[in-house]
Design a protein. Structure first.
Length: 293
């Protein structure tokens, strides 16, 4: 989240600083006070501007691109295609995707966030914690099994993050803000291991299948991804945790044909069958609205 100082907010809004202070005093502008200084979240300012926009009669708001951003998932890609929704994907990680969704750049965002290693409600907390998501809903997609991908036979006998550190196993990681990377950081905190104790492979891998390729190409010994990715790549899998994988969308968009086709498909037997075939998914709550303000 980008935060503006008063001077930066004034420049961004093309106002004088004095006017910004007046708006703060009136409670008319989104802001927060930290250690005695006023700070202005850019996303909140953007939403504040958009909500007060006056449009000529008949001019509709600009529609978000028909893209589901956020996290990568093989079952998600398949469901978007097979549902006939017409929606594309833009996998760039949970936090980056959520930021793009917040700006209105994509119509929906797939997320699996982690505040700690066993947190199953971090996705809900992310939407609850931002006023810019006042009209957003969180639709359940699946619970997924995350773990360490390792070479067939698990030659280093890796069973935990401590093993990865102690045996100096080369670990492929995801970019900053990706859900799997957030999980890794949560595991480090839980197990009392420091990131610099790990032998990290560079550069970061954009997706789970890229983690698998790094291991298959002997560039890495392990990395965090889902059981379905391990199975598709013919790798062994060391389970860590089951996590929630959800899709955030604006409530008005939820009722439009593309997302209705997608959400409806999540309740079909074909979707459950595909999830079982890929492995590592629990889709019993797929298509259910998990959170709506």
């Amino acid at each position: 989240m980008r935060l503006f100082t008063t001077a930066e907010a004034a420049a961004y809004l093309r106002l004088k600083e004095r006017k910004v202070y007046e708006l703060v005093a009136e409670g008319a502008i989104p802001c927060t006070k930290v250690t005695g200084k006023w700070l202005f979240p850019q996303a909140e300012l953007d939403h504040w501007l958009a909500s007060s926009l006056v449009r000529p009669k008949g001019l509709n708001p600009i529609a978000a691109m028909p893209i589901v951003g956020g996290s990568h998932d093989p079952l998600l890609e398949w469901a978007l295609r097979e549902s006939g929704s017409g929606l594309a994907t833009l996998p760039e990680g949970s936090e980056a995707g959520l930021a793009r969704f917040e700006r209105g750049g994509v119509i929906a965002c797939a997320i699996h966030l982690h505040a700690d290693a066993d947190d199953s409600d971090a996705n809900v907390a992310a939407l609850k914690g931002r006023g810019s998501f006042h009209d957003a809903a969180l639709v359940g997609f699946a619970r997924r099994e995350q773990g360490f991908l390792v070479a067939p036979g698990n030659p280093l006998r890796l069973a935990s993050l401590a093993d990865v550190a102690n045996k100096r196993a080369r670990i492929a990681v995801r970019p900053k803000g990706a859900g799997a990377q957030l999980l890794l950081l949560a595991l480090l905190r839980r197990d009392g291991v420091k990131l610099d104790q790990l032998t990290v492979v560079a550069p970061p891998c954009p997706t789970g299948p890229d983690i698998a390729q790094a291991i298959r190409g002997d560039r890495a010994d392990c990395g965090i991804a889902t059981r379905s990715v391990a199975a598709a790549a013919g790798l062994d899998f060391v389970p860590i945790v089951w996590e929630r994988f959800d899709v955030a969308m604006r409530q008005p968009d939820y009722f439009r044909p593309p997302l209705q086709a997608f959400v409806g498909f999540l309740r079909m037997p074909a979707f459950a069958a595909r999830a079982k075939e890929l492995g590592g998914y629990d889709v019993s709550e797929a298509g259910a609205v998990r959170f709506a303000p």
